[in-house]
Design a protein around this ligand. Structure first.
Ligand code: NAD
Ligand code: UFG
Length: 335
């Protein structure tokens, strides 16, 4: 298939691009480079020895999307583009709704005008809000506590409405848990701007001596060791899940929400121990009060992905840590 990746030079999109090309698909990428670099497209080509054409532009530009879809004879869209920082979304909600919701409407408009009807969408476990039971399955009630999460929920609802309007539409909302890790080539990984918000890149920077110590937000949760528990999933497992979702979407029109996680939760302290062991470095830390908006535990029930997509996460916590460490200390993350 010919697949258009929005946000394809970003962290998750770039790994998915490699999987798609290696599986024999053709791709085109559209990205406004607001949180990524042009040279990522070249790295995707280095790894795969295949073409990864990058169109630098914004998903809100419907005409550019139409032109790109026609030029590259696109059959399906993988929609990664968007803003993703929870804290920032409280400060600049309008930008979040423009980039995430309006951007998706622009894509749908372009799809409608060009006859493309399949989309795999990057949703998030954040749509489950405060977990009411664990593990979280796809029937768990949805809610939002910040504009980022609400933008994902709005998009899911819009896609559901559009799917009901005509049987041709095929939308898969992949609800990611906590993606971590990097490509084994060390050419692709997560490159946070400034101080990382997320645990894994923060730990990696502490291990590398870039930051003095990790602040662990809360040690009084009702978890095994008092620290927060999450379902960390290797980004390559996540990327492979997109391939399976694309196949499924192609054969099963309609609207589907599917969790992508491992089904296993790990505490912050377990992550610190695993990373220290993988890197051979000490990770100094201190306990701090809980971070506002955090939940104690969040991990996925993965039966739906196992059954419908014939997919399950395979890579270990050790592999998540070693690949992150190799990326952190390698030459490519410095650029
Ligand atoms: P990322 O920031 O690395 O990648 C997003 C890409 O989209 C970037 O390259 C950015 O430049 C581009 N982009 C943003 N707005 C755009 C616009 N208006 N037009 C064109 N390009 C635009 O983020 P990521 O971690 O790869 O996340 C990809 C998707 O997955 C996002 O939608 C995010 O909300 C979702 N998600 C991420 C996580 C996570 O922890 N990383 C968890 C759940 C869901
Ligand atoms: N944590 C720390 N110190 C830090 C950073 C995080 O102790 O410096 C803790 C948090 O309190 C939490 C755990 O590490 O217990 C994981 O935190 P992350 O920020 O890495 O991840 P979250 O689960 O809070 O959120 C992430 C994304 C969201 C997404 C969600 C589910 O940031 O956008 O996963 O996919 F919605």
């Amino acid at each position: 298939m010919n697949v258009l990746l929005t946000g394809g030079t970003g962290y998750i999109g770039s790994h998915a691009a490699v999987c798609l090309l290696q599986a024999g698909h053709n791709i085109a990428i559209i990205d406004n480079l607001s949180n990524s670099q042009e040279l990522v497209a070249g790295r995707i080509e280095n790894i795969t020895q295949k073409k990864a054409p990058l169109i630098v532009g914004d998903i809100c530009d419907t005409n550019l999307l139409i032109q790109t879809i026609q030029e590259h004879r696109i059959d399906a869209i993988m929609h990664f583009a968007g803003l993703k920082a929870v804290g920032e979304s409280n400060a600049i909600p309008i930008s979040y709704y423009i980039n995430n919701v309006q951007g998706t409407l622009s894509i749908l408009n372009a799809m409608d005008q060009t006859g493309v009807s399949t989309m795999v969408f990057s949703s998030s476990a954040t749509v489950y809000g405060e977990p009411q039971y664990l593990p979280i399955d796809e029937h768990h009630p949805t809610s939002a506590t910040n504009p980022y999460g609400r933008s994902k929920l709005h998009i899911e609802e819009i896609l559901s409405d559009v799917a009901k309007s005509d049987k041709k539409w095929s939308f898969i909302c992949l609800r990611y848990f906590n993606p971590v890790g990097a490509h084994h080539s060390m050419q692709l990984g997560e490159q946070p701007n400034g101080v990382p918000n997320n645990l894994m890149p923060y730990i990696a920077q502490v291990a590398h001596g870039i930051r003095a110590q990790l602040s662990i937000f809360g040690n009084d949760y009702l978890t095994t060791d008092g620290t927060g528990v999450r379902d960390y999933i290797h980004v390559m497992d996540l990327a492979e899940g997109h391939l399976c979702a694309l196949d499924y979407a192609h054969q099963h029109p309609g609207w589907h929400a599917i969790n992508l996680g491992t089904g296993t939760g790990h505490s912050v302290l377990e992550m610190v121990t695993a990373f220290a062991s993988a890197s051979g470095m000490e990770i100094p830390y201190q306990f701090e009060p809980r971070r506002s908006g955090d939940v104690a535990s969040c991990y996925a029930k993965t039966d739906k992905a196992n059954k419908l997509l014939q997919w399950s996460a395979k890579r270990s916590l050790e592999s998540m840590c070693t690949s992150t460490w190799a990326w952190q200390t390698g030459e490519f993350s410095q650029k």
